[in-house]
Design a protein around this ligand. Structure first.
Ligand code: B16
Ligand code: MG
Length: 214
């Protein structure tokens, strides 16, 4: 009965979450703001300026708009240097098989990433052709947890949200999928992703048909 599956990129298809972490940590610590894995969890899936705001707020800092843009650019330059080394080998275990299996089940396959670097990363991973629709983060006004990005992909596919499945590793991403009226599959920690309809530890052995029967 489902007609489409829409994947998040960072943390689901590839571990760019690690590179976002490293680049934000470097920026935050340069500003004297403490940064650790637990704080980083709250940045996952949040767009660039939103993430920067959270870091600045944590440090009690309030720079002007020009300085904020400079800091965001600095983080993005570091991040782009880190992802420039990525290859097909950086696709997470099970992800290619999951994409192929979805296609095999007759589902349309979409990508809903709020990353403005998503297109570059798909190219580096050589997986652009696995997707029928890739959301253009530059056209999205509201990031996750707003459902806009998932709804945009569904609309471009011409498929009703209720007929779509969303796959996410971030709590805000799961919230976005649920607000869009889609079935949410979380990838990761069931405590962090408690709002998801189903949770799997990773995409290894991802069996959508079996998951939908549970
Ligand atoms: P960029 P996703 C999100 O990607 C990341 O999870 C988040 O950490 C990042 O800040 C955001 O993209 C923006 O990325 O700075 O490259 O535009 O999880 O939606 O694929
Ligand atoms: Mg993610």
């Amino acid at each position: 009965m489902y007609r489409a599956i829409i994947f998040d990129l960072d943390g689901v298809i590839t571990d760019t979450a690690r590179y976002h972490y490293l680049a934000w940590k470097r920026l935050a610590e340069g500003l004297g703001v403490p940064f650790d894995e637990a704080f980083n969890e709250g940045l996952k899936g949040v767009d660039r300026m939103g993430s920067l705001d959270l870091i600045l707020r944590r440090g009690g800092l309030d720079p002007d708009v020009a300085e904020r843009l400079r800091l965001a650019d600095q983080k993005n330059d570091d991040y782009r240097q880190l992802v420039a080394t990525m290859t097909r080998a950086d696709v997470l275990p099970g992800a290619l098989e999951a994409l192929e299996a979805a296609r095999g089940l007759g589902l349309k396959v979409g990508l809903a990433s709020v990353s403005k670097n998503a297109g570059t990363i798909l190219e580096r991973l050589e997986i652009t052709s696995f997707f029928d629709v890739v959301a253009d983060a530059n056209l999205i006004r509201r990031g996750k947890p707003d459902p806009e990005i998932f709804l945009t992909v569904a609309e471009q596919m011409g498929i009703a949200p209720a007929d779509c499945i969303g796959v996410e590793d971030a709590a805000v991403g799961v919230q976005a999928i649920k607000s869009a009226g889609m079935l949410a599959i979380g990838v990761g920690d069931p405590v962090i992703l408690a709002q998801a309809d189903r949770v799997v530890p990773s995409l290894v052995g991802f069996d959508l048909a079996a998951l939908l029967k549970t």
